[in-house]
Write a protein that binds this ligand. Sequence first.
Ligand code: ATP
Length: 313
Amino acid sequence: ECAPSTASSCKPGSKLTFRAPQQPYTYQDFAYGRLLGMGSYSKVVRAKKKDSGAEFALKIMDKKHITKENKVAYVKMERLILDHLDHPGVVRLFFTFQDTHNLYMGLECCHGGELFDQIRRKGRLSLEEARFYAAEIVDVLEYIHGQGLIHRDLKPENLLLTADGHIKVADFGSAKVTTPLQNGLSDAQADDKSCTFVGTAEYVSPEVLNGHPVTIGADLWALGCIIYQMLEGRPPFKGGSEYLTFQKVLAKDLVIPSHFPSAAKELINKLLNLEPDKRPGAGPAGYTALKSHAFFSGIEWLKLRQSAAPGLA
Ligand code: ATP
């Protein structure tokens, strides 16, 4: 088994080397700024390396808590996946270190915060804003799925924004590896969670709730929920309890507001198809089916990252 934060070997003779190496840093090497967020087993703070002045989002995870909460597999997964991925739409991992009590991950700092907060502050997003963010999510999902990975917990809280407003996907702790990665990670090294519910109630797909093996269709379902939420200010499936939310998801019990433009209505409806392989992006035409949808007309896919992003609220 691979240790979460050391360049160790998995099998005799197969040395793992990480892009983001474990460094002999200590907590005292950094000056700390504000708390950026809290996860269920971590806190993330703004941290400046005292010698270089370089800024990071330092994710601090209590070892005891991780072990007690059975999160060791999640932490390993996130470290290995972030190390492998290389795309402007994925939060970059620069280094790791540890001390007696904690594991630390030095992440690229996303100064714009969560997409969730942009939706909350603006109430709902304009069509142009929603289209831009959706296009950046599609662009990075195409890359992630092409790498043989399924994120499984896409939601506006896990979509972070750079200072200039571009999307970065974070939180790969629940990801599923469908094709072994070059750095030696395969799902055998993590818990096999393929048939169990992982994710967040409002964005979970019906087939996952029904215990079917997860496919990239699960992320495309979540994308449908996120586009809806950007345009309406709230997710499409929300009951008074997690159980009631699940009932709505399973029955595809949703109302698409009449103010949604017809291309948005159509795309959301297709992404929320109860059959995962009928969702655009998951069929034989691959991502072309999604990127050529009328909702995305006017998007210059190859220039997304260079174009101006929506202003932050
Ligand atoms: P959970 O496992 O409970 O879903 P999480 O994995 O989303 O939690 P973290 O990855 O620890 O939790 O992140 C917690 C919060 O910290 C995020 O929701 C976000 O607001 C903030 N955060 C995480 N990474 C960064 C980053 N690179 N830059 C800026 N803020 C970040």
